[in-house]
Design a protein around this ligand. Structure first.
Ligand SMILES: Cc1cc2nc3c(=O)[nH]c(=O)nc-3n(C[C@H](O)[C@H](O)[C@H](O)COP(=O)(O)O)c2cc1C
Length: 349
């Protein structure tokens, strides 16, 4: 009951209030324009590989909701658009359906999304409570292809009713990964995955097939929880900037989903130039759902990504990775501090 109520409140707050980080780090990245275009816009190929699937556009709507009536409509509406444009779709935390099996329908979208990758979702902290058999059943109930395990310590700490004991989490995730029948994606929820965390997850390589960095710059869960009555203190801007997470995770060769503050197709193009394999978006699509312009939002994402590809003379996503970008301001300083040479991104040739 508590889980259902919380999910509804999260969606409403994210749809109606400004809960973004003060700074979106993609504003400190600019492409080097290529004047000598030798492409036909209509031939630009945005297709991508999503782990074991081929998709027409290199996007994913990352997990947001499920567990109550309105969530069923939201999931179905967004999944339908994802199917139409052939992009991956993520379910919100399935905790509510583990607590009450009757809520399965609020997550089930396979009837409207027959071909695209569907990503199930559970919080890492819930793995203390539910064993691999329960998680396998949960995945089969919604016919999902991948399981995203989300890490959300910041959110739990600022949430009035949040979990505070994560002792033993690493071991618990590892045993689940070994027993689960589905490829696993580890995701954050807005505070970002760093190289430090990746290093400690490296030995799970044979089970964990990708990382969704979900860095800072987009939805601030500290701000969301503050609006629900939590005590966020000075943590509203806490987190690793998404572009740095992308650079760090991609440099390990891991499958990298870039998310956290991707507001449009141009931000997505910058993420690809940093090494992302797929770009993920959450809040822009919940806002679009309530404004009733979901399909237009998706079309804009594709259009702006293709414009950026045309302006950098990139025929496909692989060529976009070769496009030069200039990183400046605080972002450049922070990258330098992390030992990343920003000049490398501006002079790839
Ligand atoms: C309304 C809403 C609900 C969310 N619920 C979940 C969730 O249940 N599980 C999860 O892994 N992430 C959840 N997230 C986090 C997103 O998947 C994403 O990682 C984060 O919001 C950053 O992306 P954005 O800046 O595009 O919103 C939620 C995000 C939003 C906006």
């Amino acid at each position: 009951m508590k889980t259902k109520k919380r999910k509804g409140e999260h969606v409403k707050i994210c749809a109606k209030k400004d809960v973004s980080y003060a700074k979106n780090w993609f504003d400190e990245i600019h492409f080097v324009h290529d004047a000598l275009t030798d492409l036909n816009y209509d031939d630009i190929d945005c297709s991508a590989i999503f782990i074991n699937h081929h998709i027409k556009h290199p996007f994913m709507i990352t997990g947001m909701t499920g567990g109550y009536k309105e969530a069923e409509r939201i999931n179905k509406s967004i999944a339908e658009i994802c199917e139409k444009y052939e992009i991956a779709f993520g379910l919100g935390s399935q905790r509510a359906m583990l607590e009450d099996k009757n809520l399965k329908n609020t997550y089930y979208v396979r009837d409207v999304a027959k071909n695209i990758p569907i990503v199930g979702n559970i919080g890492a902290a819930q793995l203390f409570e539910y064993d691999s058999e329960k998680i396998n059943d949960m995945m089969k109930d919604v016919e999902a292809d991948y399981l995203a395990i989300h890490l959300n310590t910041l959110q739990e700490l600022v949430q009035p009713e949040g979990d505070r004991n994560f002792l033993g989490l690493r071991k618990t995730i590892e045993s689940l990964c070994k027993e689960i029948e589905f490829p696993v994606i580890i995701k954050e929820t807005g505070a970002g995955i760093s190289m430090n965390a990746i290093k400690r997850m490296r030995k799970w390589k044979s089970y964990v097939k990708g990382f969704d960095v979900s860095g800072s710059g987009g939805t601030s869960w500290s701000k969301v929880e503050e609006l629900r009555g939590g005590n966020s203190g000075p943590f509203n801007e806490w987190g690793n900037p998404t572009p740095i997470c992308i650079a760090e995770v991609a440099s390990t060769g891991a499958f990298t989903i870039a998310s956290g503050g991707i507001r449009n197709g141009l931000d997505a193009a910058k993420a690809f130039a940093l090494g992302a394999d797929i770009c993920g978006m959450a809040r822009p699509f919940i806002v679009a759902y309530y404004k009733k312009h979901l399909e237009q939002e998706m079309k804009n994402f594709i259009e702006y990504l293709k414009r950026a590809m045309m302006l950098t003379n990139s025929q496909n996503i692989h060529e976009l990775l070769q496009a030069d970008i200039i990183i400046h301001g605080d972002l450049a300083d922070r990258m330098f501090a992390r030992g990343i040479d920003v000049r490398m991104y501006a002079n790839k040739g």
